[in-house]
Design a protein around this ligand. Structure first.
Ligand SMILES: [Zn+2]
Length: 359
């Protein structure tokens, strides 16, 4: 069964091209909620911006499927007298890729265009021959001649900066752009909600479809919403590293390949019985998957759910992603469909009051 159709792909482009930096996720969240509202019985927004829809509300047993809504960005941290801007990170933004990128600086009057400048190759001589981008030396030029000029454009310390880029497709099979981490996850769980409605599935529990904020700075949105919902089970989706490209090290980073299927993680934070339920589902439904191992916790919202409340059986289904935290993140069409399919089919195998005790 094909999952991504014309309508859902239109939503995908609109959602991916929206701006959703950590702690300013509203633009993306509105688009996500508008889409998901067609398939859920109720929807909510918490005060920090986490959005969620509920299918079959009011049941005592609660199952969460979750992705994160926020994208990495920068903060304006310093404006020099001659009108150049220094930044700090908001999430794990990569200083190495910044020079020569176009940016949007978000002000209360709307986005202002700028660029990360960089000295020409011709002038980098002598001790500057190996000049490399660092957080301390990258800078934004907005075309102002001094500090006053910058301030007049509505830019101040604390403004958010995002890279100016758009989603596109390579070789008809790879989506490429920024913030596929983790808006592709938000897309997958929205598609799961659509499938539950379309297939007229009656679930024996309340299903919460959660698009959480503030993952990139430490799983904070998930932490908040896990305590609000108090779920019995959580299936989280995020991205993981495709390690096939040059300079990756599969032996250390995991032998994972985009196009070969969703990645299932073994980790103490992942509940083994829930993981086995997902593996059995994949096997029965002939959904390809790959395995990865993670010491201690997973580094994803899975940890926030697993260790919330009195412990919530949680598992992680990841989308292989090339070039994470760049503006050319790449995810394979088939993996996006198979992540969606695997979450959907696994949900159909979770029973009311499902027993997750080990013995
Ligand atoms: Zn990330």
């Amino acid at each position: 069964m094909k999952i991504i159709n014309k309508t859902s792909e239109k939503f995908l482009y609109k959602y991916l091209n929206a701006t959703s930096p950590t702690s300013y996720e509203a633009e993306g969240q509105k688009i996500w909620m508008d889409y998901v509202n067609q398939f859920v019985d109720e929807s909510y927004l918490d005060d920090y911006g986490t959005a969620y829809g509920v299918i079959n509300p009011g049941q005592s047993y609660k199952v969460v499927i979750e992705a994160h809504a926020d994208e990495i960005a920068w903060y304006v941290n310093y404006i020099s007298d001659d009108g150049y801007i220094n930044v700090i990170r908001n999430g794990g933004s990569d200083h190495i890729i910044a020079p020569s990128k176009r940016v949007n600086i978000h002000t209360k009057n709307g986005p202002v265009k700028g660029v990360f400048g960089w000295p020409a190759i011709h002038v980098r001589r002598g001790k500057d021959a190996n000049l490399a981008p660092k957080l301390e030396n990258i800078f934004i030029d907005v075309g102002a001649s001094d500090k006053d000029g910058v301030l007049k454009m509505g830019i101040h310390v604390g403004c958010i900066v995002t890279f100016d880029d758009e989603l596109s497709k390579l070789n008809k099979s790879w989506y490429v752009g920024k913030a596929l981490d983790n808006k592709m996850g938000g897309f997958c769980i929205a598609e799961v909600a659509r499938l539950v409605k379309k297939m007229k599935k009656k679930l024996p529990y309340s299903l919460y479809i959660v698009n959480a904020v503030q993952e990139e700075i430490g799983l904070r949105g998930a932490e908040m919403i896990a305590h609000r919902i108090k779920p019995d089970v959580a299936i989280v989706t995020d991205v993981t590293h495709d390690t096939t490209a040059p300079l990756y090290k599969a032996k250390e980073q995991g032998d994972l390949k985009g196009g070969d299927g969703p990645v299932l993680t073994y980790s103490p934070a992942v509940h083994n019985k829930l993981l086995n339920l997902i593996i059995d589902t994949a096997t029965k439904k002939k959904i390809p998957f790959q395995r990865s191992a993670s010491s201690r916790s997973t580094g994803t919202d899975t940890d926030a759910f697993a260790y919330s409340n009195q412990g919530v059986p949680s598992a992680l289904i990841s989308l292989p992603l090339k070039y994470m935290h760049t503006t050319v993140e790449m995810a394979h069409h088939d993996d996006i469909e198979n992540v969606t399919r695997l979450i959907y089919e696994s949900l159909l195998n979770i029973k009311k009051n499902h027993n997750f005790k080990y013995f």
